[in-house]
Design a protein around this ligand. Sequence first.
Ligand code: GLC
Length: 582
Amino acid sequence: MNAAARRLSSLLLAFIFSTSLFAQSATSPRENPDWWKNAVIYEIYPRSFQDSNGDGIGDLNGITSRLDYLQALGIDAIWLTPIYPSPQVDFGYDISDYTAIDPQYGTMADFDRLVTEARKRNIGIIMDLVLNHTSDQHPWFLESHSSRNNPKRDWYMWHDPKMVDGKPEPPNNWLSVFGHSAWQWDAKTGQYYYHRFYIQQPDLNWSNPAVRKAMYDVERFWIQHGVAGFRLDAITSLFEDPTFTDENYVLGPDGKPLINVYGDKQVDTLKTDNLPEVHDVLRELRQVADQTHGRKVILIGETYLRSIDDLRKMYGPHNDELDLPMDMQVGFINRFDVNTFRERINQAETEINGDEPLFVFDNHDNFRWDRYDHDAHHEDAGRVIAAVLSASRDTAMMYYGDEIGMVTTPPTRKDDVKDPIGITGWPKEKGRDGERTPMQWSDGPDAGFSPSGVKTWLPIPPSYEQNNVAAEEHEPDSMLRWYEQLIALRKQDPALHAGAETMLNTIDENVLSWLREADNGEVVVVACNFTDQPQTVSFDLSAQGVRGTGVKTLLKTPGGTDPASLRSVQLGPFGVYIGRVE
Ligand code: GLC
């Protein structure tokens, strides 16, 4: 396994086992309740998108200044990772005030302006809601921590120690996703508190109705500020098994416990992940989202799950939970392999009751798509991924910089690491800095990210000289153009927009092909060559009840040919072909 693969699987393990219209309507998210279906959601890591004030850190006004760019790209919504006041131990995922803006990102007036300006461009703003834990500097925790009798004591997960030889030890063997015991000793009050993530991120007690009420008030607050939805962070982690008994160890092929990148014996997460009570909270969050105002507010979930069955349940028995649980089964398999993609995409099409899948291939926690084992061809593989994301029946979630082919650039020295897990886990785990580097706008100073010549919070990757917005806007065959074309086609073409999806040529090991069929009968075929060799594919669509054998090209990768018939579609290495059947 290469470093990238190891990195990704360690994060996945961490979550799974470890410690672990047609559209193109001109309606805005406010007017069309189905705006999120088949939408393109663009994740922005605000620290790294655009610095407007020259402090080397991205901010809200920076994002607002780039809305025209995002509108031209064709996106429907922006997911903003946390911008609330925070000690920034976990770069915003440790929140100390849920209803304000961290001054390093701007003010509430800046936020309101971003929402208003985005709405003018039919772009919704989706907030990141971190419900599982707060910062240890949040007033709730400061109170809870102050004494056993404090009224907020029960807002967090406090537990007596296990006494071993007269000394306090953690109540059980549960591990933090970020390494070592999930329990932190507090000598002053003689108890441990539970933290699934960093020590500075104590878990809230979701069995306490006062906690729920406080968080639902936070949800209402942001809805009143005009947000289009929420991405619910670590949502499967809200509850812990009340028996607090040990987890089983995860055993390797030799029958011994696996050792994680932090040197801990890996334990399962059956007692801390995806407990049934999570669904009660999802229903309550949905009720608040549905009640507060007369428009559709969507709920997206960060859902690293074990199976498609678990994913299906996240929509709720009556579509009363999440609108869009992230499908990590497709995008985080980390194998650039036709069979696996076909199987997983087909599951999303056939095994989630026809609900809307949310596909995602990279984000601020995982290596970018260059992790796929195609060092020499990663950009070509990136075009294939973009086509799978854009031409499938899904809501598509992309990560800033995907569209210009930004690559993962991890730190080379431990001293340079900013993400704490990269320090604890060095050198096996270098942290998540590599996928959080500043957006590459131009080949000028600081890649156009900062006004000029300041020390940016993470270094600008060397790739900025070739991969940057200014250069790619002028290149007809650039990655940026590829994304723009894919997104535009997805919006304009009824079959690609919302048509049903059927896998084709299901024994082909080299080319992933599928058909999209619109209600009006329009049929489109998509073929993606997953190899570095030319391939020829032939389609017989009679089994699908499609008579036509001619095909009209809608989009193809640079250098591709226009086939005369569906009998012989030629694809160059990593070539993609999209055509309408005639
Ligand atoms: C989620 C976030 C990640 C964060 C963690 C703890 O997984 O995506 O960045 O570190 O939750 O809040």
